[in-house]
Ligand binder design. Structure first.
Ligand code: PEP
Length: 248
């Protein structure tokens, strides 16, 4: 069965609530494609107005982060029940910026993945190697370690429903893109790992995105590869270009 494509924007810490609504309205006619799942992962404060603004469209809303407890004394954090109540469907977990700046390690990310599933949120689980790791030839080993660690205790059925984003760190926000062959090689290695751990049906079902300076110019080539089912887009998600990626 063909996997449905999924193009997600990661808006990061950009867009005030009013700018966010303006962007949704600008993109509305450009992302109208019934054959593709389109997701906007937006800052916490934008979630409520963006959920309202995408009503009646093909766009789902994702969160960029959440905390692993349902409620309590966790000043500044947002829980899965809060996200769900606001209309959020997806959550990004393990983005390299959270691994790096906020010191989220694989043990904690595993808790986040388990909590997302237990709550009914679909994880977009990110993995990716640094420039040094690529140069040292350990990319695939590193990616396998990240994914294996992040998926401890996750069932085959859950994995089949999730999204994994391969995002080489050296390509994020740098304008450097992995070649389509480099991206395909790692996305295939991820699918092979899922087959090893969970069987071929699960591996055939899980959707794997590429992320890292994907734009209107390179999206079609990247998305033509057999194991790349979509994209996680940073910079280009904030521009009309995002519509071109959705339709690539
Ligand atoms: C990202 O941060 O997930 C990302 C892919 O960013 P960019 O597209 O800007 O490289």
């Amino acid at each position: 069965m063909a996997r449905r494509r999924i193009i997600a924007g990661n808006w990061k810490m950009n867009m005030t609530p009013s700018e966010a609504v303006e962007l949704v309205n600008t993109l509305k006619p450009l992302v109208d494609n019934a054959d593709v799942d389109v997701v906007y992962c937006v800052p916490a404060i934008d979630i409520v107005p963006v959920v309202e603004a995408v009503k009646g469209t093909n766009v789902a809303v994702g969160a960029e982060n959440f905390y692993i407890e349902d409620k309590g004394a966790f000043t500044g954090e947002i829980s899965a029940p809060m996200l769900l109540d606001a209309g959020v469907k997806y959550v990004i977990i393990g983005h390299s910026e959270r691994r790096d700046y906020f010191k989220e390690d694989d043990a904690f990310l595993n808790k986040k993945v388990l909590k997302a599933f237990a709550s009914g949120l679909t994880p977009i689980l990110c993995c990716g190697e640094s420039k040094e790791q690529r140069e040292n030839g350990v990319t695939i080993d590193w990616i396998r370690l990240q994914i294996k660690s992040d998926l401890v205790g996750v069932t085959a059925e859950q994995v089949a429903s999730m999204v994994i984003a391969y995002e080489p760190i050296w390509a994020i926000g740098t304008g450097l893109t992995a070649t389509s062959d480099q991206a395909q090689e790692v996305c295939k290695a991820i699918r092979d790992l899922i087959a090893e751990l969970y069987g071929t049906d699960t591996a055939e079902a899980v959707r794997i995105q590429y992320g890292g300076s994907m734009n209107a110019g390179n999206a079609a080539e990247l998305l033509s590869k057999p194991d790349i089912d979509g994209g996680l887009i940073g910079g280009a998600a904030l521009k009309p270009d995002f519509g071109k990626i959705v339709n690539a």
